[in-house]
Each structure stands twice: as C-alpha cells, then as structure tokens.
Design a protein around this ligand. Structure first.
Ligand SMILES: [Zn+2]
Length: 336
C-alpha cells in the first residue's frame, strides 16, 4: 500500500532542507564575525548561559522567582546592548547575520495560518511538471493552454444524427463540464472519460484543465498511455533508469489528478491489463480523480480491455463523447 502523502512528504523535505541550509549559512556568518571580533562570541556565550546561571542561584536559594526574572531580563538587555555597540563600532548590525528567506511570506515553512503558501503550490507544480516531463523525456508546456483560447468555430452547427445535437453544442457542453470539473476540483470527486475521433480537440481541452489545476496548486500528472505504461512496466521489472523512479510511480498513483492521454495506444499485454486495473482501482478507492482521453468508444473498450477494467470505466467515469471533423485538417484548409 502506498503512503497517501508521499509527494507531500517529498515537498516537505524541501522545506526542511531549506531550513537546514539557512541555519548553516547563519552559523557561517556568525563564525566569520566571531573570528573578526572575539568579544561578540563571548557575549553570545554569556547570553546562551544566562538561564543556567540563574537557575543555579534559585536552587541555592539566593534569589526569589520574581527577583530572578527581572534581574535576568536586565542582564540580557545589558548584554544585547553591549553586543549592538560592539557591532556598531565595527560598522555592522544584526542584519549581517540574517540570511534572507526564500519565501518571506511563510518564512520557508510552506504554510501561512494553516493554509498552503503560494510557494508550496509552486513547488507542487514544479514537481508534477517535472514528473510528467521525466516520464516522457519531453518537457510539457501547458502555459499557453487556456479555456479562453478554445476555438469553437471548428465545430459544425449542423445537428449530428448520431448524438442528436450539433458538434458545436456538444463541444460547448463538454467544455462546460470540464470547466466545472476544474472549478469544483478538490470539493467534489469525479472521473472523466473523454472520447471521440482524432483531432476533435480532446487533448487541447485536457491541457487547459492541466494548466488551470496546476496553477491552482493541485498535483496533476498528464501523460500518454503509451509512456505511462512503459514507465510502470520498467518500474515493475526494475528496468527504469530514472532517478527516484519509485517516487515517480507513487506520484502517478497518488497525484490529485491523473490524465491518461491517447488511451488505447499502449501495448496491450497481460501486464498492462493488470497494471491498468490496479492503477484505476487504487485511485478510485482513494477518491483521486482520473481523466482518460481516447479514440475508443465503449464497444472498443469492452473489446480491448478486461471486464474488470471496462466495468470500472463505464461505472465510475462520466462519459463525454466528442463528435466533429479533424481540427488539424480544418486548420490546414483555412491556412491557419
Ligand atoms: Zn511561502
């Protein structure tokens, strides 16, 4: 069983690393100042031992608790004042020791008032984009994909006899469903199976969803079925040459949203059948959303995959069927 927060743990470890690096740098700066002005080191040692020295006094009964508090405070003030004066004499102040935070908002903790900081969302985004890129060996760029740029002029407004509405209205409906999916993401749980012939805009629409959800700080992995199952197979047989392959595998099982593009183009073997079932089933049980893009209709799915897989898809996914002409060919005709 995979740990539910393996990716979060991985990102949290980055914050621990940041804090450690910061402490080391601060100590280095301190040591430089100590070497330059040994008096500062003496004062720092006195400050650090104030508590111990006074607790001895109280044990010996030489002082009451309130006397202790006020005289301890007075000594600390005195020491700090002296320290500041010495530093000033050398043209320095407290700032020389301060190593700036990478994120000043959360002071490199990743959270503000119990909520995830923007820097955390950035780290998640980078991790997910990196994971997808490493599996495919191609950096995937979603930055330019936006719902606003979807061009409906490529869909005919004539009713399509197979679905009873025009490809235009149908595409608009699918678009709205996908937009709602993104808006409600995290609050409601849904899986989508988006299918239809090649070139009708399935991949672009899902890329828009990836961009929107990544920007909102969700962990999204987008990958073609072919690359995804090659990777999982390599992992299974310990052939993967990728660094941190296990963590990548965890990310595929565990990410907030997994998008499997070109479903049906992977090599169908008994291994991929069982890996696919395991992946879909694990994600369904954990209520992690999955989107599948495919040219395969439900008949094809039934004929291609095991009963276990096809019943999961037909039972647990919202089916969105695209109709229309190949947009790539239309673009060519229109010289776009
Ligand atoms: Zn932050």
């Amino acid at each position: 069983m995979l740990s539910a927060s393996a990716i979060e743990k991985h990102i949290n470890s980055e914050y621990v690393h940041l804090a450690n690096t910061r402490r080391e740098l601060e100590q280095e700066r301190l040591n430089t100042v100590y070497a330059l002005i040994p008096e500062v080191e003496e004062i720092d040692r006195a400050i650090a031992t104030v508590g111990v020295r006074y607790s001895t006094k109280i044990i010996n009964g030489n002082i009451t608790a309130s006397e202790l508090a006020s005289s301890m405070e007075a000594e600390l003030d005195e020491l700090k004042k002296k320290r500041a004066e010495i530093l000033a004499k050398h043209g320095m102040n407290e700032d020389v020791f301060a190593v700036p935070y990478e994120c000043a908002i959360c002071k490199d903790t990743g959270a503000v008032n119990g909520k995830k900081c923007t820097c955390y969302k950035q780290k998640m985004k980078r991790f997910m984009a990196d994971a997808a890129s490493r599996i495919s060996n191609i950096p995937i760029d979603f930055e330019n994909c936006s719902f606003k740029n979807v061009d409906f002029s490529f869909y005919s407004k004539d009713a399509d006899p197979t679905i009873g509405v025009s490809p235009y209205d149908n595409a608009r409906n699918i678009y709205r469903t996908c937009l709602d999916f993104c808006k409600n993401f995290g609050n409601s749980y849904e899986n989508l199976y988006i299918y239809g012939p090649a070139g009708v805009g399935k991949t672009y629409l899902t890329s828009c969803m990836v961009a929107q959800l990544l920007n909102a700080g969700h962990g999204v992995i987008y990958q073609t079925a072919y690359k995804l199952f090659n990777f999982l197979e390599d992992c299974h047989f310990n052939r993967s040459k990728l660094n941190n392959a296990e963590l990548l595998k965890t990310a595929i099982y565990d990410c907030d949203l997994l998008i499997i593009d070109d479903f049906g183009t992977e090599f169908i073997t008994s291994y991929t059948q069982s890996a696919l079932f395991d992946l879909l089933n694990t994600r369904l049980l954990e209520k992690k959303s999955t989107i599948i893009n495919s040219n395969l209709n439900m008949n094809d799915v039934r004929n291609t995959y095991t009963d276990r897989v096809s019943s999961r898809i037909m039972g647990d996914f919202t089916l969105l069927r695209f109709v229309g002409d190949d947009i790539r060919l239309l673009k060519k005709e229109r010289n776009m």
